[in-house]
Design a protein around this ligand. Structure first.
Ligand code: BGC
Length: 389
């Protein structure tokens, strides 16, 4: 009886709300935010699917399986960022209806992660053509808001302590287009899912400098996100997407200092890349610089009284020196943890991989696991060879 009275008093005081799911702390408590402490992006599963099988159950349930979920749990991750391509889910002419078949598999994926006590960020992560439509056509922007309203209603049945809703990965469009659209989407999500924490993104590629220009929205149940891949010449060396200089920057070391680039600089033929590398060396990209950069994000968050997560950071493996890659990962994680910023590494088994498959079974790369400050369990780690992923 005393317990019941306390519960009623807490509800009246606004600390707790009774929901069909039980009793929950309201809004973004420490406990809820702690779910974002350590995460991994399961890429190429429900978004950016390059597998010939496409967005089908055959792909979904062969690309990952229970062994992957068990591994992620055993390594000590607290959450998974689940990238979702909206195209198969959304009919632009009828955004009020979500593709029920796709939802079945998406729900199954969320169930599998929640069953391992892993929180889930449902991240709308489209092909860039989708973002172009949103930026250039008001009818598509309206449909997107309508789409989120439906998806949020569907996801509102989930435990708000465990499921987070991310409006749009790297919007690509500039702030004048993106920020008003995000605000509309947030309002639609909030109306449909009153208790769920929303992850909001800065414009363009959601970098740190774009975050610093943002003014938080009038909703105190939002975590602000940024992506950290600086310096790109190191993290994306040899990448055939993104900035042109990345394709020419294979061999870029970390830390980047005038001394460390002395050998590599003469080997780089592309003039712009050479200039950028020299510039990065003058800036001295090392642990102290990463700490200072991430510290700027933390200052912004403190000024506005909001929480942050960094839900993409990582190093493309193909050309990077793996010891230097591990050092960079460790420096980013240490800075995030120092400033109480959540993190999620990019990615699970793509080009920036945490795991490789051995006889079909996932095995984590020991060096990456240690760089992230996680504890490998016996038998679940190995050393991934250079270039392998
Ligand atoms: C993109 C991926 C890319 C990664 C690192 C993500 O946001 O969607 O395609 O591999 O960033 O560049």
């Amino acid at each position: 009886m005393i317990r019941l009275n306390l519960l009623i008093m807490a509800c009246l005081a606004g600390f707790l709300v009774l929901t069909p799911l039980g009793v929950h702390a309201q809004g973004l408590t420490e406990q809820r935010f702690a779910r974002l402490a350590r995460g991994i992006n399961i890429s190429h599963w429900f978004a950016q699917v390059y597998d010939k099988k496409g967005y089908t159950p055959e792909h979904f349930w062969s690309y990952v399986n229970d062994a992957d979920f068990d591994l992620i749990q055993s390594l000590g991750f607290t959450h998974v960022r689940l990238s979702v391509e909206p195209k198969p889910l959304l009919d632009w002419d009828n955004p009020g209806e979500l593709n029920a078949d796709y939802l079945v598999d998406l729900d199954k994926a969320i169930d599998a992660l929640l069953a391992r006590n892993l929180a889930v960020i449902v991240d709308i992560h489209p092909h860039p053509d989708f973002n172009k439509k949103l930026a250039n056509d008001p009818a598509h922007a309206d449909a997107f808001v309508h789409f989120w309203s439906n998806l949020a209603e569907h996801l509102s049945q989930r435990d708000p302590e465990m499921v987070f809703l991310e409006v749009l990965n790297e919007p690509i469009m500039a702030g004048d287009k993106w920020l008003p659209l995000q605000e509309r989407a947030v309002k639609a999500i909030r109306a449909a899912a009153p208790q769920h924490t929303i992850i909001a993104n800065p414009p363009l590629w959601s970098g740190l400098n774009d975050l610093l220009k943002m003014t938080p929205l009038e909703d105190d149940n939002i975590v602000y996100n940024f992506h950290f891949y600086d310096p790109g010449l190191f993290t994306h060396q040899g990448a055939n997407w993104g900035w042109v200089t990345w394709a020419h920057s294979a061999g870029t070391p970390y830390p980047i200092t005038p001394e460390s680039i002395a050998d590599v600089l003469p080997r780089i033929e592309h003039e712009q890349t050479r200039k950028e590398l020299e510039h990065a060396a003058r800036q001295r990209w090392d642990a102290a610089r990463i700490d200072a950069e991430i510290g700027r994000a933390a200052q912004w968050a403190a000024k506005h009284g909001v929480r942050l997560t960094c839900n993409e950071f990582g190093v493309y493996r193909q050309h990077a020196d793996l010891d230097q890659r591990a050092q960079w990962l460790s420096d980013v994680v240490r800075a995030c943890e120092k400033y109480n910023i959540g993190w999620a590494m990019w990615d699970y088994q793509g080009g920036f991989a945490l795991v490789q498959r051995v006889d079909g079974m996932p095995v984590a790369d020991r060096q990456t696991v240690e760089a992230l400050g996680l504890k490998p369990a016996q038998g679940n780690t190995t050393n991934i060879q250079p270039g392998g992923s």
